[in-house]
Design a protein around this ligand. Sequence first.
Ligand code: DX5
Ligand code: ZN
Length: 224
Amino acid sequence: MGGRTFRIAPSILSANFARLGEEFAAVVAAGVDLIHFDVMDNHYVPNLTVGPLVCEAIRPLTKSVIDVHLMVRPVDRIVPDFARAGANIISFHPEASEHVDRTVELIHDSGCKAGLALNPATPLSCLEHVLHKLDLVLIMSVNPGFGGQQFIPHALEKLHDARVKIDEARREIMLEVDGGVNAGNIAAIARAGADTFVAGSAIFGSKDYARTNRQMREAAKSVA
Ligand code: DX5
Ligand code: ZN
């Protein structure tokens, strides 16, 4: 486990949308590693958030990696728009794409890294035949659609199994966890194998973003 790089990724879903630019600047100044950008369409998931225009608007505010999490169907139509808007990583859910391999290719051809996001009930077998092309595996530890939900404990076992698969694949693939992550459970989640931690309410709901970022990072590192 030693030497693993840990990344903290605040989810803008929990930011104050009336002050999005300032919120961005504040988490970047807090020393986070990536910005997690949740895109919901009120179709694939029962909530509606922001699109490429907002990504484009915040792009000049930070050099940080923008990690776009698409919870939309269809997927392919919107991928090039996010690439043009400055996304660095684009993840999608296999259930939302007609042709998973084609979508991965499209994301790469658009100049971005590609991730596959697995819902709590979506099996890891979905990674078969595509893992060798992925840059990121996102394990959902809540059902997608809302911030502030409780971490589903079964995700720990799934992260562990995903870590084994990724290590066997012998290529650089981030293992990201999304939903209900906080300073209290991040150590157990890191121990299960995650290296990239999305945190919405845990960061934006705290008074001091830098302090929360530091606490989370230290707790994760404590198991390495
Ligand atoms: C859920 C989103 C998550 C969520 C995380 O559909 O993909 O990124 O906003 O928020 P917390 O950390 O509050 O669970
Ligand atoms: Zn997300």
